[in-house]
Design a protein around this ligand. Structure first.
Ligand code: GCU
Length: 602
């Protein structure tokens, strides 16, 4: 490649990294516990325009235009010739996914523009933020025709300071959401769940004082059950700001003073009742400064590994889990309400679970908070899924940003016990470098949780199964997705295999399972019948009991049949992954009861 072309390529790469860094900066740091602050909801019916050629963003030479749809021109068709008009465009509910809203958008992948007008009355000394709980996948936000910021990633929140853009009276908020899959995105263009596009979670307008409490973390110090570690980050980078953290029920009230970066920390002795699945105890906590105050409900627990066991609150715990996608029961669209979270988590409780693996991306904040109240531990995961472009720096920056957003949002949730950095990723040096850097970063950012990832098998022979993954040295829990009886032989093979896993750290099975059509019955050796799936569960659970050595926990794949464009078998899959123990219509399959009975016997 000539010098000139190399220089040009480097320049393009530098600009793209710079623009990503800029937009990531815009969208962070995250406001902690936005629901505990003064905010108004911008949820509701938004006008929308379907724009597959991104005419609203590029001119006819595919250059970004300064006069795009984000200008939200009032069209009079007399003086100004504009070929779009939000006022006369249809409306769609936000939050929601466009795929299940309109039949003609079911398989659409591309750009939709959304427009919401809102009235605002400015208040002196108030900062105004827009907070997006989630939008899939690439989001650009404009307020009153000016760029407010952008965000990449479909499953983590972001917030934008719009103090200088919001105006008295009517405001025009225009959002471009593009959910085109890309090989160099996170996840890539290849994944086994439905690519729901849209503003899929809440949009809030948050009013804050000039200097406010940006974030805080109050959890038991690593390795202790009677020392609280308190951290606070103020928006103003000034030393000497006083932050008070109060937990009335524990008679704890501690004043912290910020350093020159606006950060403050302290350790306080306390003996809280520990949060656990059996007793999901939460304490009212108030964090206040001279100008701001936030309330939250926090639980306190210890989590650690001891040899091959996972210990919660100083006792060994077996994790009785289930994997869950963030897809609503019955309706089978992206979850958009706390009621839909409750249905899924109630099913997990009915199974006898004490843990849910929220796959393969951070679910909405209410799901995690509800699970905390219901006594369900959470495995939280970023969508570093399958064949990520490990060697591209901007892909790593994207994954790192989503990891930061996941941790910053949920670092106060006692029930989150694992940050998972990947799912089923192919071995290799570039992948190990990418993932070990994520693992190190997660540990530095939050040492009060365990690090894991869902690995694949790397067997010693056809019937001596193993894991052998170089990444095992970087994680606290070695977890494996294994499909003997489905992708690897039929059910009878399960009885013939044995495992050799020799890590002195906990082993979990993050996935096993097989497909079944609810109501389709036959012999136990006939695949796609409920009997086959139930037999697979019986044999796998027996294998766990008898031939795997100590297993610290399992989260079978999967709670509910879910949509996936990879699953095309007519009259059996019809666009659904059928490995649910519950059907997409809420019908419990025989395997549901096999798993429930096994959990109740543990
Ligand atoms: C994989 C993967 C899941 C997928 C499942 C399946 O293990 O982690 O995302 O849905 O297998 O094939 O059903």
């Amino acid at each position: 490649m000539t010098f000139k072309r190399t220089a040009l390529l480097l320049a393009v790469l530098f600009i793209s990294l710079l623009s990503f860094a800029q937009t990531a900066k815009d969208a962070r740091p995250l406001l902690q516990n936005v629901y505990g602050r003064a905010h108004s909801s911008l949820n509701g019916y938004w006008n929308y325009l379907v724009d597959p050629l991104e005419t609203g963003y590029y001119d006819y030479r595919r250059r970004p235009t300064s006069d795009g749809f984000f200008k939200d021109h009032q069209v009079d068709n007399i003086k100004t010739y504009k070929e779009y008009d939000f006022d006369t465009s249809p409306v769609m509910p936000v939050p929601g996914d466009w795929n299940t809203f309109a039949d003609n958008l079911f398989l659409y992948e591309g750009t939709l523009w959304f427009r919401r007008q809102f009235q605002y009355v400015p208040k002196a000394g108030t900062r105004v933020y827009l907070y997006f709980a989630g939008a899939n996948y690439d989001t650009k936000v404009y307020l009153n025709g000016e760029k407010a910021g952008e965000h990449e990633g479909g499953y983590t929140p972001f917030n934008l300071d719009v103090t200088d853009l919001v105006k008295p009276g009517r405001n025009s908020l225009v959002v471009k959401v593009d959910d085109k899959r890309r090989a160099d995105a996170v996840p890539t263009n290849n994944f086994d769940w439905f690519n729901y596009g849209g503003i899929t979670r809440d949009v809030l307008l948050v009013e804050l004082p000039q200097t406010f409490i940006q974030s805080y973390k109050v959890q038991l110090k690593k390795g202790s059950d009677n020392v609280l570690e308190m951290k606070a980050w103020m928006s103003g980078k000034q030393a000497g700001q006083k932050v008070e953290i109060e937990i009335p029920e524990l008679k704890v009230k501690r004043s912290l003073v910020t350093d020159a970066t606006g950060y403050a920390s302290a350790e306080v002795k306390a003996t809280p009742k520990l949060w656990s699945p059996e007793n999901p105890k939460l304490y009212a906590v108030k964090i206040s400064s001279a100008t701001d105050a936030v309330t939250d409900e926090l639980g306190f627990r210890t989590i650690e590994t001891r040899g091959r066991e996972i210990w919660l609150n100083g006792k060994s715990i077996f994790l009785k889990g289930i994997s869950i996608h963030e897809e609503a029961a019955f309706r089978n669209g992206r979850v958009f309400s706390a009621e839909e979270d409750l249905t899924l988590l109630s099913w997990a409780k009915e199974l006898g679970c004490n843990y849910v693996r929220l796959a393969h991306y951070p679910h909405n904040e209410q799901m995690v908070r509800l699970a905390e109240k219901m006594g369900l531990l959470v495995w939280s995961e970023i969508p570093v899924y399958w064949t990520i472009h490990w060697e591209k720096d901007y892909v790593f920056e994207n994954a790192l940003n989503q990891l930061d957003e996941m941790i910053e949002r949920d670092q106060n949730r006692a029930n989150v016990f694992v940050w998972s950095i990947a799912n089923e990723t192919p071995h290799g040096d570039a992948r190990d470098k990418f993932l070990s850097s994520l693992a190190r970063h997660a540990r530095e950012k939050d040492d009060t949780r365990l690090i894991s990832m869902a690995m694949e098998r790397n067997d010693k022979s056809k019937e001596v199964l193993s894991i052998r993954d170089n990444m095992s040295q970087y994680v606290d829990i070695v977890s494996v997705n294994q499909y003997v009886g489905w992708y690897d032989g039929l059910n009878e093979k399960i009885d013939r295999v044995r495992w050799e896993v020799d890590y002195d750290k906990p082993l979990m099975i993050s996935e096993f399972g097989g497909g079944a059509v609810a109501g389709y019955h036959g012999e136990a050796n006939q695949i796609w019948t409920e009997e086959y799936q139930a037999e697979l569960y019986r044999k796998t659970l027996k294998m766990i009991d008898e031939r795997m050595g100590y297993v610290a926990g399992i989260s079978p794949w999967v709670l509910k049949d879910f949509r996936s464009s990879r699953r095309l078998l007519p009259n059996i899959q019809d666009g659904f992954n059928r490995k649910g123990v519950i059907s997409d219509r809420g019908l419990r399959k025989q395997a549901f009861y096999v798993l429930r009975d096994w959990y109740s016997s543990r």
